[in-house]
Design a protein. Structure first.
Length: 270
């Protein structure tokens, strides 16, 4: 039979359940605090790149993405020689077409206008089927972009993205004005006023990008160059609208030219 020996100076102490639970709680609180410290350190490190934490959450990172976009141009013939295409373009403008000469690997297309959906473009092609022009559709693909701007804070990157996004807004506004003018819902003076407002918006973007060019950046310079071309185009459109001798065709010309400016900008940024 086994014997148990007990010594007066040795005691077995077992903690109460409440005290053990308290120890576990303290352990998990310490783990939580350590996790918070690590996460905060990561965010602070990231904020060095984008200036501060609020900039990271509000404006995002240093990358701008632009999805590919297809536009559909109604053309009034394809020509191998620019001079011939230009003569046809001038003649088509008298009839209210855009008369924009679009250079492609295939040659020189004379464009009537450009549409953001194929159904509208096909409808116009059908309406022109009895005309003397060789009417067709040309799909214009605007390249997909993913641009990274290292060392530029989130707010500035967001402004660059807004400047690039204005080309789509510009097309939508010009197209809307063209339709309204053709329907008699807007007169030439209203057109000139609204286009003048657009020009003011473009100048604002040009100015903001100029402020970012203290350190030369080829991508920002390319976007700004495109905006300067757009500004000049809108200025010409305003003058023609005030004159009102070719408001309908000048709006369609501006639509085609604005798309061409964005097309070339994206090609140069790829």
């Amino acid at each position: 039979m086994s014997q148990n020996f007990y010594y007066e100076d040795v005691k077995v102490i077992k903690k109460p359940l409440k005290k053990r639970l308290k120890s576990y709680l303290i352990f998990f609180v310490i783990l939580f605090i350590l996790g918070g410290v690590i996460l905060s350190a990561m965010l602070i490190s990231r904020s060095v790149v984008v200036s501060n934490i609020s900039s990271l959450f509000v404006y995002g990172g240093d990358t701008i993405k632009a999805e590919t976009r297809s536009m559909y141009a109604v053309y009034l013939g394809l020509y191998a020689d620019y001079e011939e295409a230009n003569r046809v373009a001038i003649g088509s403008m008298v009839q209210g077409a855009g008369g924009y000469v679009w250079k492609d690997n295939a040659g020189y297309y004379v464009l009537g206008s450009i549409y953001d959906n194929i159904d509208s473009a096909e409808l116009v092609v059908g309406n022109l089927s009895s005309s003397s022009y060789e009417v067709g559709l040309l799909e214009v693909g605007l390249s997909k972009l993913q641009l990274t701007f290292d060392g530029i804070e989130g707010k500035a990157v967001s402004e660059i993205g807004d400047a690039m996004g204005y080309f789509k807004k510009c097309y939508e506004k010009l197209y809307s004005f063209s339709i309204s003018f053709d329907k008699g819902e807007m007169n030439n003076l209203a057109i000139s006023s609204f286009v003048s407002d657009m020009r003011g918006e473009v100048k604002t973007y040009i100015s903001k990008l100029q402020g970012l060019l203290a350190m030369p950046n080829a991508k920002i310079q390319e976007i700004q160059k495109a905006l300067i071309k757009l500004d000049e185009l809108l200025d010409q459109t305003i003058i023609k609208a005030i004159d009102n001798s070719s408001t309908a065709s000048s709006l369609k010309y501006a639509i085609c030219s604005a798309i061409r400016i964005e097309y070339e900008m994206r090609q140069n940024l790829v």
